[in-house]
Design a protein around this ligand. Structure first.
Ligand code: CAA
Length: 266
């Protein structure tokens, strides 16, 4: 498969492989800590993969074999004023929301530490596969601060308030296996199999109808915080919208003709 690396990034790599876009956080010496430059480049990469019609699936991972991301870059915190900190986390929150709301599936390939902002980034992804050597946590409390990239919110929504409080208040790391047990991860795989398994998943997702994928993701994301009755009404409207697509005609015909569907995103 041909692959092409996008130009213009310093602390991340954006690689296109057919319909797959792989974003690799690339500061391995600092355990891929998310500095302001990386936030800017992630914003750029996310816009690029959203607007590129070739991209059907996005993977986010970390360079090296130690870390996905060990959090926000703590060295930048030393001289940060309270207002700077507020601006920084608002930008980080917007970025993670953009990832969560990307109209394409985003897989986190957690290849090592996912701490603080790294854990928050992971939680903004749709599906999370982790290496069995990964360690997950929200250690901000040990710095005298709290999570600011959604850690107190997404974590509680994903695993429940009490378990989220235990992780956030102790700041302790847990293993990938424990995180899986809490419902924070979809799958734990041997470290050397992580990208193999992620690519298998990406291949499965890439052949689905992209409009249906977008609608399904939107129904779950938007419906999640609605009352059930309104959420069901919302789902119904998105269901009806799918019937306006050529992909619906193709999908139904393919089933009836006992052949694989060839979805075009139309
Ligand atoms: N920011 C900046 N640099 C970091 C970093 C971070 N979050 N995490 C690790 N590094 C750097 C280390 O300072 C070290 O740099 P030097 O080689 O220049 O000394 C290098 O990465 C390697 O790290 P260690 O030597 O510490 O590696 P280790 O294997 O001994 O420990 C670790 C690994 C337990 C992950 C440890 O690095 C660690 O605790 N990191 C900090 C984790 C953390 O507190 N994250 C939360 C950040 S705050 C945040 O994310 C706020 C938010 O919600 C947005």
């Amino acid at each position: 498969m041909e692959s092409e690396v996008a130009m213009g990034f310093q602390v991340l790599e954006l690689r296109m492989e057919g319909s797959l876009a792989i974003i690799t956080l690339n500061r391995p010496k600092a355990l891929n800590a998310i500095n302001v430059t990386m936030v800017g480049e992630l914003e750029q990469a996310v816009n690029q993969v959203r607007d590129d019609p070739r991209v059907r699936v996005v993977v986010i991972t970390g360079a090296g074999d130690k870390a996905f991301a060990a959090g926000a870059d703590i060295t930048e915190f030393k001289a940060m004023s309270s207002i700077d900190a507020w601006m920084f986390v608002q930008r980080l929150q917007r970025l993670f929301l953009q990832i969560e709301r990307l109209p394409k599936p985003v897989i986190a390939a957690v290849n090592g530490y996912a701490l603080g902002g790294g854990c928050e980034l992971m939680m903004a992804c749709d599906i999370v596969y982790a290496s069995d050597a990964a360690k997950i946590g929200q250690p901000e409390i040990n710095l005298g601060i709290i999570p600011g990239g959604g850690g107190t919110q997404r974590l509680a929504r994903l695993i429940g308030k009490q378990r989220a409080k235990e992780l956030v208040l102790t700041g302790e790391m847990i293993s990938a296996q424990e995180a899986w047990g809490l419902g924070l991860l979809n799958k734990v795989v041997p470290a050397d199999q992580l990208m193999v398994e992620v690519r298998k998943l990406a291949d499965k997702l890439a052949i689905k109808g992209p409009l249906a994928v977008m609608a399904a993701k939107e129904a779950i994301e938007d419906g999640y915080d609605m009352a059930l009755e309104r959420a069901l009404a919302y789902e119904g409207k998105l269901f009806a919208l799918c019937f306006a697509t050529e992909d619906r005609t193709e999908g139904v015909n393919a089933f009836l003709e006992k052949r694989p569907a060839n979805f075009k995103g139309k």
